[in-house]
Write a protein that binds this ligand. Structure first.
Ligand SMILES: [Ca+2]
Ligand SMILES: [Ca+2]
Length: 171
């Protein structure tokens, strides 16, 4: 699926004698990236973290539109992502400590920091609901202290593009 996205780029000449496609491929092939895996089970945030860990993965923190598009092709249910703001309310970062939230894909009126009326929302899901304006967008939900919501999960593993199938560049 990813190959098709890259393959659709223009194949015009670029300086240095390489085609643009060759240049992009050589660049991507040494780039850090992420490979993703979708878990359809109904899990609390903590159980989702544990399920990813069992596969030597972490909850996913997509960094750009390419990675987001890959998630969109995998999902069948609303799913936990790895973005949390339980360290500092309003400051979103990846729960594994490796990356901040740079590029964002928040849904309409999100994040609204609301969970069960009076609790801060500490976690993030990617919505899967074709009837919602937030379909495949992010929402904040769930609480560090009072976990009860259950969703699917998206796990990620760091990788080098070119070394692993399905490895999507972070840039
Ligand atoms: Ca919050
Ligand atoms: Ca929310």
């Amino acid at each position: 699926m990813y190959t098709a996205i890259v393959g659709s780029r223009d194949n015009t000449d670029s300086p240095g004698g390489m085609t643009l496609n060759d240049y992009l491929n050589s660049y991507y092939n040494s780039s850090p990236g992420r490979v993703f895996k979708y878990l359809s089970s109904s899990l609390t945030f903590w159980d989702a973290e544990a399920a990813c860990s069992a596969d030597n993965m972490k909850l996913a923190c997509p960094q750009n539109k390419l990675q987001q598009a890959a998630l969109g092709q995998m999902l069948e249910t609303t799913s936990w992502l790895g973005f949390v703001d339980y360290y500092t309310d309003g400051t979103w970062e990846c729960a594994d400590g490796t990356s901040k939230m740079g590029w964002t894909n928040w849904g309409l009126d999100q994040p609204d920091n609301t969970y069960l009326e009076d609790l801060d929302a500490d976690f993030t899901v990617i919505v899967y609901d074709k009837n919602s304006p937030n379909h495949l967008k992010w929402e904040d939900t769930g609480s560090y202290d009072f976990p009860q919501y259950k969703f699917g999960a998206v796990c990620q593993m760091e990788c080098t593009v070119g070394d692993k199938d399905g490895c999507i560049p972070d840039q």
